[in-house]
Unconditional design. Structure first.
Length: 133
């Protein structure tokens, strides 16, 4: 039964020229993709300037032992002798030594790595070249 004179109409919604929801969905999908595929690397424990070397062979992935210009060694959260011993456990070690570090400190670190059981030590240099020991 209808009432006379009563018209039930919903207000018409105005359609947008360009829908924004699909664009927001694409942006969120891209954001999730980049977050899932990115490698998050911890910051270096020291400000290190790598020595220059000729060559274009990229370094191999390995555990990294940092050597500051003062001769201090760092491996993860460890410092000093404990850092050198922990880095040598895997057998393969990449050394990131500062270009201003003394050669004697680097030599002592390499000897300590060899004594702790490191079998493959790579010195990382600027330009992507390697100096194997």
């Amino acid at each position: 039964m209808r009432r006379a004179g009563f018209v039930s109409e919903l207000p018409s919604r105005r359609r947008r020229d360009e829908p924004i929801v699909p664009m927001i969905n694409v942006v969120f999908l891209l954001l999730i993709f980049f977050l899932m595929t990115a490698q998050i690397a911890p910051p270096d424990p020291f400000d290190i300037t790598l020595p220059a070397a000729a060559g274009d062979e990229p370094p191999q992935e390995a555990d990294t032992l940092y050597l500051s210009r003062d001769g201090e060694a760092a491996f993860g959260a460890l410092r000093g002798v404990e850092a050198v011993a922990a880095a040598a456990q895997g057998g393969t070690v990449t050394v990131r030594a500062d270009a201003q570090a003394e050669g004697a400190a680097l030599a002592r670190t390499l000897q300590s790595l060899a004594a702790a059981g490191a079998t493959d030590v790579t010195l990382l240099t600027e330009g992507g070249a390697r100096a194997d020991r």
